[in-house]
Design a protein around this ligand. Structure first.
Ligand code: PEP
Length: 243
């Protein structure tokens, strides 16, 4: 879409030790410095945010967190605040990933509080939504996602501080993807619930083979990539497909 710059974001999840994480970041930064036409973002595990940020410095590849706490600071053992992410060099944070919604029981209200924290800290919140396999089969996918948006996107959100990632739970890490018609239908439905100009990424088993087709669909403004973001050449092939 002309006025919504394509964003390709890599979610490394709980993968990468220092050596391989930094090598991956270096490989992405080198390619991105040579040529890129879309916005690129990598979200390493918390242990690698600072060193990856050092590797990416000057490369135009943005840095993000995979989650944040709603509070700015305090007695929350094991958590990281949006302010801390910002301080560590992040510009974005993923909130509401299905591995946290479904795996850790986070509610829409939890995710909305995190998205508000992101705004408070000056971060772009990437709010993830998506239906389960059972919900798709029951033909309630669109209403489920609409309810997630209503509950998770804060009042007063704006296109410059919000990105939506539509990630069907059953497509994440499975090699399965919805049909092009289903992605198009869902993204068009999401568009009706979010501020004008907000980018909507598709996520769920995006790889170098299917990226060009998915990224060319109407209302798809980029991709949130899990597994394929762990190999520089695959992530780069997806970024090129976006260009
Ligand atoms: C994700 O975890 O956000 C994701 C889309 O994973 P994958 O690309 O591996 O399906």
């Amino acid at each position: 879409m002309a006025d919504r710059k394509t964003l390709v974001a890599g979610n490394w999840k709980m993968n990468g030790r220092r050596d391989d994480g930094l090598a991956l970041a270096r490989a992405i930064a080198e390619r991105a410095t040579a040529q890129h036409t879309c916005e690129l973002l990598v979200c390493p595990p918390a242990t690698l945010i600072v060193p990856v940020g050092e590797v990416l410095a000057g490369s135009d590849v943005a840095l993000g967190g995979q989650d944040c706490h709603a509070a700015a600071s305090g007695a929350f053992t094991g958590s990281i605040s949006a302010e801390m992410l910002r301080d560590a060099g992040c510009s974005h944070v993923i909130v509401g990933h299905s591995e946290r919604r479904h795996g850790l029981g986070e509610s829409d209200a939890d995710i909305q509080a995190k998205a508000l924290a992101a705004r408070r800290a000056g971060l772009v919140a990437i709010v993830c939504v998506g239906e389960t396999r059972a919900e798709r089969e029951a033909r309630v996918a669109i209403s489920v996602v609409a309810a997630q948006l209503a509950g998770s996107v804060p009042e007063g959100a704006a296109a410059d501080t919000l990105v939506i990632a539509y990630e069907p739970v059953w497509a994440i890490g499975t090699g399965l993807t919805p049909t092009n018609a289903d992605i198009t239908e869902m993204h068009a439905a999401i568009r009706g619930h979010i501020p004008a100009g907000t980018r909507i990424l598709y996520g769920g088993s995006v790889n170098p083979k299917n990226a060009a087709e998915i990224l060319a669909l109407p209302e798809v403004d980029g991709a949130l990539v899990g597994g394929a973001s762990l190999k520089a050449e695959d992530f780069w092939a997806i970024a090129r497909a976006a260009g």
